[in-house]
Structure formats: structure tokens, C-alpha cells
Unconditional design. Sequence first.
Length: 159
Amino acid sequence: MKIGDRAPEVLGKDEQGRDIRLSDYKGRKLVLYFYPKDNTSGCTAEACSLRDRYGELQGAGYEVVGVSKDSAASHQKFKEKHSLPFPLIADVDKTLLEAMGAWGEKVMYGKKTLGTIRTTFIINEEGIIEQIFAGKQVNTKEHAGQILGATSSATPTER
């Protein structure tokens, strides 16, 4: 996916088994962020950054949805442990990850592997991708600040 593309309507099921659709967020901007794994240091820092500034994000017209290939049960524990106020999609079959281009080859500890590429899509009120933060562009500890303060600082990234 790239800037200007329409995001898919069906996003997936959250940690409670509820269907999450793009149309659920019509009229609001959506921060759709993809992360590798619940309860790892970088993913926890990113989720907590979004949690800590969730009120500011909502005040600026954003809703937040996280996505990883972890199970719904894993997501429930992660949400409870860190008091996350937003839904987490359990994309265990990687449907959304692959559709959005957030699954692919990456280098971890000097070794090439397939996995989740940390990616955040900012989707406007009409469902169009406005901005993308990918890979090293994502500052996990300050990600909410990046979203709030950098409407134009992310380099357009094609996926």
C-alpha cells in the first residue's frame, strides 16, 4: 500500500473476537499500526507511547488500532498488562499484514528473516492512506509524538 491508496474495509477481529472495519472509523482519522510481537520491549514501548497520549490523539481526531499476528488471547493479556485503551487485531493468518505490505523480509540480528515490518498507516476520514511510517522511521518510545507533530515529516513509503 502507498499514500493515496484506499485502506481495506475489513481489518480483522480484535482481542474480543469483534469484527473491526474501516467504516467503523468513518469521519475520524485512523492510526493503524503493525508491530511484531506482544510484550517485547520495542512493541511495548510503542503501545505505551500511544496509550500515554491517547487522549491527545483522540482530541486531534485520531483513533488507534494495533495489529500483530499474535493470538486474541495474547492480545488480551497484553492489553490488560499495559492498560491499552484501543483494540488489537489478531491477524494470525497474516491477511491484513500481507495486504498492507507490513509482512516481508527484514534483517534481525544480522540475519534475513520473514516477519512483521513495524509500520504505521495514517488513514484519513475517507479511508485514504495519508502518511506511512515504516521500519526505522518509527520511534517506538515517541511514536504518538511523531503522529501528532509530524503530519508531513514521514517520507512517503510504498509497500
